[in-house]
Design a protein around this ligand. Structure first.
Ligand code: ARG
Length: 257
């Protein structure tokens, strides 16, 4: 995780961002601290990367890389304003002994890449490029499944889909093309389908350890749906980060080691 020390909305690269709307940085830091404490309270280790001045979106560490085992694929951002974040994450991972691949194609890390335990789901359509698919498959040697995102509000895969455990996902179907919905339905016939209201709180921008699901407190129906299926929702309020179009998952790079 990266503290939102320099958090701001100074540019608009997704429909949630409005540089004219004020951002309360202290509140962002307080909410981020609560998120971090939620993880440590669940027994998860949290490593922190130093924030860099002038990189207001660096709090969204999920976009910095995708990590599986000791291998990592660095990010390559679509927007120039975020480009300088990529080497910072690569250096962090390299200095901790990860084997870091420098990408050729645009991929925005765990924002668009999700490990299911069997394959990597890859969201394309807004940020990550279809050309990244072959690169991802060759770096990690596991099957890759491409999913087309079609609603600009859900511009990263992790805004519209959460992997809950090896057999279960939750998602918001209208964020995907009809063909991708059919594919998801075939892979996950028991998926939890989340409604628009919860999706608009970025409820699906959640992290799961297979049991506990850390998620936006505002996504109340989704929390009930998860509880009905035996998961334990862990609500946190990260509403300030939502002004940049991010939530719980965006603020968390999971090291699937
Ligand atoms: N403002 C950031 C952007 O548009 C938000 C990134 C959110 N991260 C995520 N994993 N969805 O790039």
């Amino acid at each position: 995780m990266c503290p939102p020390t320099h958090f701001a909305v100074t540019y608009a690269i997704n429909p949630w961002m409005d540089p004219g709307q004020p951002v309360d940085r202290d509140l962002a830091v307080a909410q981020w601290t609560t998120l971090r404490e939620a993880y440590t309270g669940l027994g998860h280790r949290v490593d922190v990367i130093d924030p860099v001045p002038g990189l207001p979106d660096m709090v969204f560490t999920a976009n910095g890389a995708f990590v599986l085992g000791r291998r990592a694929l660095g990010a390559r951002f679509r927007e120039e304003v975020r480009t300088p974040e990529a080497p910072v994450h690569r250096e962090w991972l390299t200095s901790r002994g990860f084997d870091v691949h420098v990408p050729q194609a645009i991929n925005e890390g765990e924002g668009d890449l999700a490990w299911t335990g069997k394959h990597i789901l890859v969201g394309t359509g807004f940020r990550s490029s279809p050309e990244a698919l072959a690169e991802i498959a060759s770096v990690f040697g596991v099957p890759v499944i491409a999913l087309d995102l079609v609603d600009p509000r859900f511009y990263h895969l992790d805004t519209a889909l959460t992997v809950l455990d090896e057999h279960t996902i939750a998602y918001f179907p209208p964020a995907f093309s009809a063909a991708s919905c059919r594919q998801l339905d075939a892979l996950y016939p028991d998926a939890i389908v989340v409604g628009e209201e919860d999706a608009m709180h970025l409820g699906l921008n959640a992290t799961s350890d297979g049991q506990n699901v850390v998620m936006a407190a505002q996504a109340k129906k989704m929390a009930d749906q998860l509880a009905e299926r035996g998961f334990i929702p862990v609500p946190v309020d990260v509403s300030e980060l939502l002004k940049a179009g991010g939530g719980v998952k965006c603020a968390t790079l999971e090291l699937h080691t």
